[in-house]
Design a binder for this molecule. Sequence first.
Ligand SMILES: Nc1ncnc2c1ncn2[C@@H]1O[C@H](COP(=O)(O)OP(=O)(O)OP(=O)(O)O)[C@@H](O)[C@H]1O
Ligand SMILES: [Mg+2]
Length: 507
Amino acid sequence: MATTTSAPLLTLAGIRKEFPGVVALAGVNFELLPGEVHALVGENGAGKSTMIKIISGLYRPDAGEMAVGGEVAEFRSPADSIARRIKVVYQELDLVPDMSVAENVFLGGYPKTPRGLVDWAALNSRTESLLAELGLDIDPGTPVGELRVAEQQLVEIARALSQQAQIVIMDEPTSALSPGEVDRLFAVIEQLQQRGVGIIYVSHKLDEIFRIADRVTVFRDGQLVTTTPIAETSIQQLVTWMVGRELSDLYPKSPAVIGEPLLRVSNVSGPGIYDLSLTVHAGEVVGIFGLMGAGINSVGRVIFGASPRTAGQVTLAGQEVGAGSPGDAMEKGLALLTENRKEDGLVLPLSVKNNMTLASLRKFATFGWLWPRQEIKESADYVNRLSIKTPSLRQQVRFLSGGNQQKVLMARWMMRDPKVLLLTEPTRGIDVGSKAEIYRLIDEMAHRGLGILFMSTEIPEILGIADRILVMREGRIVAAFGRNEATQERLVAAAASDLNDAIVEAG
Ligand SMILES: Nc1ncnc2c1ncn2[C@@H]1O[C@H](COP(=O)(O)OP(=O)(O)OP(=O)(O)O)[C@@H](O)[C@H]1O
Ligand SMILES: [Mg+2]
């Protein structure tokens, strides 16, 4: 726990940043103390990543002052920020996959022999001791590309230590980690704290923040709402500050009206999936829960045909869906949202509107004529319903915040009016207010008779919205529960493999 008497490592005063049509930061003050975990929360587009990019030297503020260790800092590039011992652990890691762990940890600053050659023995032994200090059992000679995302992240942190970082910034670090890996990351964060490192921690997972943060700062629409010790607030209170109103019902679930079977998957296998059988009825929300790495990310791809199907059959409303043919799947009425927005075909230089309508052009056209007014009307409608933060429908999607990009993709597939919607982690990176909105839309679509297959690693949302829950482990369905039988404990018990238990113990 940080002491309030120590001088701040980092101070921002009146920092302002505008983009065309958007005030991303409207003059914010922020302070980071040695040994402190300072959480930063706010809705999608509130300005969190913008602040981090300013601290890391990627953006220059339009106004305001920044000081590091009491000295004014005017960063012209990321190199200036690194020189002041600031380290950002990005979600998209910038490690070199073909180089070893040791080479990555000391990238650019290798220990040398007296003759000026790289001292490989020292490189390996120093890496080993850094990793050991972090409680990690990773061979320094392993190519980084062979590590899991969680381990790569920890290597990034080891690199931060080798660069003697004083300030470590993490932007949504746990979105790809299993519960055991999260525990291990948190243990490492505590180590950093004990060395006096200050940590800025951005996350939409509020329960995590209560586990590790000392203080929390809330942003709303580029404004700082408050900074408060974590011990003096609650999740409910944080949500109210973030959203600007009280959020009463996160999971608006009305009683399901289950109709005919729509999607039938029989004995399907494919990369990461073995002998999968399930049925989704009209009006039904079926959830598949699994821990990170259990295979839930492959389910949608194999059913939809974006990954090869090596065995089994898929039918939609009685019609057979060809294997490995997304075109056929779409034709028959399937739509798929994957967990990976880049791969999922978000076209960054295209506008918000064009990204939304991309998969539904036929709907807005008769005899080859496009009806732009209809297109605009429907896009605007989705921008409102999903509270997508954008200055206009013409804004290029690359300028939207991460969570808002995800909402644009969600709108794209909803707009197609599919019969069955396959959703993989649709709320990853999305703020609580918009999560509630997405759950409401899912509920509404089910009421219109759509079938929804919903893959998630988050138990509360699965329990909150699914009529039936399947549990996946190592690519196979290992348990099934009705809405009323499912509990957190039962899902965890079914999902935990021996492997994951081992990680939890090691952490
Ligand atoms: N380079 C840019 N050009 C134009 N607008 C931008 C740019 N970068 C950010 N913005 C806008 O600034 C606002 C703040 O974005 P920022 O990425 O900081 O949000 P965030 O709080 O990190 O959101 P999320 O939780 O979705 O990651 C958003 O409205 C975003 O669209
Ligand atoms: Mg962000």
